[in-house]
Design a protein around this ligand. Structure first.
Ligand SMILES: *Cc1c(COP(=O)(O)O)cnc(C)c1O
Length: 415
């Protein structure tokens, strides 16, 4: 769900006409809805009301400080995958005691920064990382709380690039090796404290089964670890719950919650979740302007001012984003089949292929829907394009929460 809708002929973000925002900011521009962010956080945390749990928003899905602050104000924790994300989360007012640090390739300076900030736990992804974390903790004369990210070898049935819990993926430690690594760490790595167990099987998952399959494997490990005398307090289920981009029908967080609670009842663990996409995906749109409409033989290209550097998902994963006209035109009803493409010098630069859409003319504004997750956060300066502005709509008002970059911004630091 979200709070983007037509008010009469005008597509609006909460109580603000998108056209009015664009008059001030220009295009392309990402627009988020604060009420949608809050509602999504509320629905997710409510699903686990009856048990101890921490919702750690996955910063990489959308790392704008105002977005993070909105979640922090609601009580959210954060899942980070770099020191840069930790820096952002802290700037946004995050409570370090609700921060978990994931990722296969944490550098020692990143481990150090996070240890100094006293985060809740490190989700460790290899035996060598355990050793590295122990050395840094020893040098700082402290103890590091860790969970092992277990690779449960389950198929989340999503796009191969965003499936992470299969044996062939680079993530985690295989389930059959995990207990051994915990026991070795307990014996040999005195500056580590095993406090949790973690898995994250992928993204844009639209069925409950893969989560529960993974959970069953993890539960088996929790029992083994406890019988080895390890005090496991946290079970981190990762993120991955999908959203509706087109016709997908992912389970509502409440259904996911029911299934997880049923499977974990009696375990006496604090549950941790790392939702990203489900919190922000439908809370953001990318507004772009039609520059030209071009017909080559029997193909129509709608050339817009947003490119794959601004929204990489269609090019990277072939993903679908609905496209809506910002203003319903007097000729509404007339349709075309077109490729919506950007200005980047790559044939892979497209937002939609063979899309049936309203006939549009040069100058028209289009809203690319469900662009709040992995949209701006994946954007780049490719083709020396300044990164676009970001706006937060809030009731009848809005704020620019990131200025459009200038040419000076894009050459900063260069000689
Ligand atoms: C990306 C990621 C998430 C968030 O995934 P979503 O599909 O956006 O919910 C959570 N945990 C880890 C470790 C991740 O890498």
């Amino acid at each position: 769900m979200h709070f983007f809708a037509y008010k009469g002929k005008n597509f609006s973000a909460e109580g603000v006409k998108v056209e009015d925002i664009v008059k001030k900011t220009g295009t392309p521009v990402y627009i988020y809805s604060k009420k949608t962010l809050r509602t999504h956080y509320g629905a997710f945390t409510k699903a686990f009301d009856e048990v101890d749990h921490i919702v750690c928003f996955s910063v990489k899905a959308n790392s704008n400080i105002s977005v993070l602050r909105t979640f922090a104000e609601e009580g959210s924790g954060f899942d980070i995958v770099s020191a840069g994300e930790l820096y952002r989360a802290l700037k946004a007012g995050a409570n370090p005691k609700k921060i978990v640090f994931s990722g296969v390739g944490k550098r020692s300076d990143e481990l150090e920064f996070a240890l100094k900030k006293k985060i809740l736990m490190f989700n460790v992804e290899s035996p060598e990382e355990l050793t590295a974390l122990n050395s840094v903790a020893k040098r700082l004369k402290t103890k590091a709380n860790f969970a092992i990210r277990v690779n449960p070898d389950v198929d989340p049935k999503t796009h191969p690039y965003i499936s992470t819990g299969l044996k062939k993926n680079k993530f985690g430690i295989p389930a059959e090796d995990a207990v051994r690594e915990y026991v070795l760490a307990k014996q040999n790595l005195k500056c580590l404290a095993p406090v949790g167990i973690d898995c994250h099987i992928g993204s844009q998952i639209t069925k409950i089964d893969p989560f529960i399959d993974a959970l069953e494997k993890i539960k088996g490990l929790v029992h083994k670890l406890r019988s080895e005398g390890l005090e496991i307090k946290y079970l981190d289920m990762g993120g991955g719950l999908g959203i509706t981009y087109d016709k997908e029908a992912p389970p509502h967080p409440s259904k996911y919650g029911e299934a997880v609670l049923k499977s974990t009842s009696g375990l006496d663990l604090t549950l941790i979740f790392e939702p990203g996409r489900v919190m922000v995906g439908n809370a953001g749109i990318l507004v772009t302007k039609v520059l030209y409409v071009k017909k080559n033989d029997d193909k129509t290209f709608v050339i817009v001012d947003a490119g794959m550097n601004d929204l990489a998902r269609p090019s990277l994963y072939g993903s679908y984003h609905a496209i809506k006209p910002v203003k319903v035109s007097p000729s509404a009803g007339e349709e075309i089949t077109a490729d919506v493409v950007g200005p980047i010098c790559e044939s892979g630069d497209f937002i939609a292929k063979d899309r049936i859409m309203p006939a549009v003319k040069s100058g028209a504004l289009l809203a690319v829907m469900s662009a709040g997750a992995y949209g701006f956060s994946m954007s780049s300066n490719y083709n020396s394009r300044p990164r676009v502005a970001e706006v937060m709509a809030d009731g009848k008002g809005y704020k620019v929460i990131r200025k459009r970059e200038t040419f000076e911004d894009i050459i900063r630091g260069e000689k």
